[in-house]
Structure formats: structure tokens, C-alpha cells
Design a protein around this ligand. Structure first.
Ligand code: SF4
Length: 171
């Protein structure tokens, strides 16, 4: 399994402490992206026992962590199967932790694909941070986002109500 990075204790990308994995490869190529080294699908490295390492790390030293998936682009054709595989394992092991996923695609675009893998991934999430990075909308004060067009979506409520519901701080 090829990834760009695995952080076992991440205090930035999520609430509290998270285990975070960065997927390698992104076809979107947003101007001003701060993760350009993650664009190349030939980059990254193989992480043996990735799922096992993530599952062990989430409860290491008796501290329960959340789980975050970033990129690169986790939901592109090349990465989505691996992302779903990881998510399913994490959810089975930890049904109650919070799971965050960052994507450069919008939620509406993802739903319009009518893609079973993408829909299965969305069903596993608590929070989706969606949309490309837009340099002219850059705002360093935003929670978990780099530009104002991006949204912090409450996925459980969104899927229940069939309309996009934002987390309060994002309204
Ligand atoms: S989607 Fe994310 S990783 Fe991809 S180019 Fe845009 S900001 Fe960079």
C-alpha cells in the first residue's frame, strides 16, 4: 500500500489527537497547493501492515485517538479502493471514534458520480472537508481548512437529511 505519510500522533488535523494518513497522488493540482510533493502517483512509499499499524496506534498507551485521511487526493480513482479498505477496518475496530477526510472534490460532485466505493467511504465518515484549495480564498483562521470555499461538513446529519449540513463553526 503506497502512502505519502503516516502520523501516529497528530494534534493539527482533527479534534484532539488523531492518527493521520496522507495518500499519495492528486490529479487536481490546485494553484498554491502546499502539498505539491504529494501530486505524483509514482511517489510515496509502501507501508507494510498499514491497517494494522493504524489500528494499533489509535489506542496506543491507553489514549483513544481519532482518525484522519488527507492527501494528495483520497477519493480519486487510484486511491479510493485503498481508502475504503482502511476505513472499514478502522470502523470495525473503533465504531465510536471520529473520522475526518479531506478531499479536493465537492460533496455534490462526489454524490453525482453514483459510485458505490465513494458512497461507502462517505458513509464511514463523521466529517468531510471538501472542495479544492483556492488561493484567492486563502484564510489561515479557518478551522481545518485552507480557503473559504472549503466546507467542514457534518456527514452523519448530511446523510440523514439529504442536504449538506455544515459544522457550526463553518456557518
Ligand atoms: S486537492 Fe489538495 S492535494 Fe490536491 S492539489 Fe488541491 S490542495 Fe493540493
Amino acid at each position: 500500500m503506497k502512502i505519502a505519510e503516516l502520523k501516529l500522533n497528530d494534534c493539527i488535523d482533527g479534534e484532539g489527537i488523531s492518527v493521520s494518513v496522507w495518500m499519495q497522488g492528486c490529479p487536481l493540482r490546485c494553484k498554491g497547493c502546499h502539498n505539491e510533493r504529494l501530486w505524483d502517483f509514482e511517489g510515496g512509499y509502501d507501508e507494510p501492515e498499514l491497517k494494522g499499524k493504524i489500528i494499533k496506534a489509535i489506542s496506543a498507551n491507553g489514549i483513544k485517538r481519532n482518525f484522519s485521511i488527507l492527501g494528495g487526493e483520497p477519493l480519486c480513482e487510484q486511491n479510493k479502493d485503498m481508502v475504503l479498505e482502511i476505513l472499514k477496518s478502522v470502523r470495525i475496530a473503533y465504531p465510536d471514534i471520529k473520522i475526518y477526510l479531506w478531499t479536493g472534490y465537492t460533496y455534490e460532485f462526489l454524490k453525482s458520480l453514483k459510485d458505490n466505493t465513494i458512497n461507502d467511504i462517505l458513509n464511514q465518515l463523521d466529517y468531510l472537508i471538501d472542495g479544492p484549495y483556492v488561493e484567492s480564498e486563502r484564510d489561515l483562521t479557518l478551522k481545518l481548512r485552507g480557503s473559504r470555499n472549503q466546507r467542514l461538513i457534518d456527514m452523519k446529519t448530511t446523510l440523514e437529511s439529504s442536504k449538506v449540513v455544515l459544522v457550526l463553526e463553518n456557518k
